[in-house]
Design a protein around this ligand. Sequence first.
Ligand code: ADP
Ligand code: 5GP
Length: 187
Amino acid sequence: MAAEVRPRLTVLSGPSGVGKSTVVAHMRKVHPDVWLSVSATTRRPRPGEKHGVQYFFVTDEEFDKLVANGELLEWAEFAGNRYGTPRRAVLDRLEAGEPVLLEIDLQGARQVKESMPDSQLVFLAPPSWEELVRRLTGRGTESAEVVERRLDAAKVELAAEAEFDTTLVNTSVEGVARELLALMEVV
Ligand code: ADP
Ligand code: 5GP
């Protein structure tokens, strides 16, 4: 019998505002060695965001080139901007046997599952719809129009929860971070 191949690639998805970045930031505070892929995006930086840290902030033309050169493992348009995962860095980590975490949207998660069926898909769900709206508006980083677009996208994302291998409800940041680390077999 073939030895079980453990999933080394973990995808974390969930509606905008559910707390993905907060959970990942906490996880990395506890375990700085956990590697998170840095995506490329055409979105403008929010205050405090730095090129090469939260994202590689690129122009539309630069993003076109990344796509044309096959440099993205997956990419998607989300609420008016494009986002994609640089392929090489992810493959290098996996080849070195290190756990890899992607924090990407539903469309990207589907593409990864298709091209890398051994990956595990984790859905981060809000305790309730009202709490999701509160968190997204409370963050205060988007205009009312952008919040509306993201809430529309959130309805689609929430309806796709069953496509994921595991659901974690983000009630406690510390608790979810711990569960995610366990799923990634870091602890
Ligand atoms: P995402 O990355 O999923 O878009 P963020 O990490 O930016 O979401 O979180 C959105 C807002 O919700 C932030 O203001 C964050 O501080 C808050 N938040 C995240 N997790 C929790 C939680 N468990 N309880 C309460 N507020 C939270
Ligand atoms: P934000 O603009 O709030 O940082 O991210 C918006 C959405 O884009 C989130 O759902 C986030 O997970 C997703 N996202 C971030 N990077 C990528 C990526 O590389 N690929 C895909 N498909 N989605 C991404």
